[in-house]
Design a protein around this ligand. Structure first.
Ligand code: FPP
Length: 245
């Protein structure tokens, strides 16, 4: 079985996923795009379950990008309703499985009802420690970096920090992801080989894994395959092969 092939001593600490292909999955079946998103929710559940089983500490899912606000209003509304429903359904499970829930992105753009519920789920799971599940919502990496620049320039102007002390750690500490480790493995489904404005700073040294599977078809064994591919790569971080050995 493929599960046995995973080296349990070399599990990625942080996996990020661009969940793509819900619309195409539905279209192939002659269904509306919304059915694809509904089916995608099942994959989300399975992958979270799998991360808990494998002892992965951080899972970050790209659920809604800043660019997704340009989709038809009816689809945006559906995605917001699905998010609210999922949060309501899953709160108990998050606590049962010791999962801490977080978000990254410009939440203020979301409907108030959803912002309130997101805050409730975050606060009621904040002491959990097995897995940190982060949803990227109304998230765009360039926008995140612009916000860091604004915040740091205000701090320089007000003499809170000196520009000569700005380094990579300071920038890291001002990103939405400030308390998360760097991404080890980035997965994108549906055959597209792009990053689409997701975690540009944080994936500097990530291993990238692309699969043709559409997100609603992505199951535990597909995650195992991605992890095995990650484990077969040599992460050199700019060093030579001999140095890392
Ligand atoms: C990309 O597929 C998917 C999204 C924009 C939304 C992600 C939402 C889910 C996986 C639903 C459940 C998730 C939560 C967190 C409740 P696409 O619509 O861009 O697909 P396409 O490229 O085939 O059109």
């Amino acid at each position: 079985m493929i599960f046995e092939k995973i080296d349990k001593n070399n599990i990625p600490q942080h996996i990020a996923v661009i969940m793509d292909g819900n619309g195409r999955w539905a279209k192939k079946r002659g269904m509306r795009r919304e059915s694809g998103h509904r089916a995608g929710r099942k994959s989300v559940k399975k992958i979270i379950e799998s991360c808990v089983e494998l002892g992965i500490k951080n899972l970050t899912l790209y659920a809604f990008s800043t660019e997704n606000w340009n989709r038809p209003k009816i689809e945006i509304n559906f995605l917001m309703q699905l998010l609210l429903l999922s949060l309501k359904d899953e709160l108990k499970n998050l606590n049962k499985n010791n999962i801490k829930f977080k978000t990254i992105g410009d939440l203020y753009q979301l409907p108030k009802k959803i912002i309130n519920y997101l805050e409730k789920v975050k606060s009621e799971t904040k002491d959990n420690s097995k897995l940190t599940l982060t949803l990227a919502l109304s998230y765009g990496s360039r926008n995140e970096i612009v916000n860091v620049v604004k915040e740091l320039s205000d701090k320089v102007k007000n003499n809170i920090i000196s520009s000569k002390n700005i380094d990579e750690t300071v920038i890291n500490d001002h990103l939405y992801t400030r308390n998360l480790p760097d991404v080890d493995l980035l997965i994108r489904t549906s055959g597209e080989k792009r990053i689409s404005n997701f975690l540009l700073w944080q994936i500097a040294y990530s291993e990238l894994y692309f699969t043709k599977k559409l997100w609603p078809d992505f199951r535990k064994k597909d995650l195992y395959k991605a992890i095995i591919s990650y484990q077969n790569r040599e992460r050199r971080f700019g060093k030579t092969s001999e140095q890392v050995k």
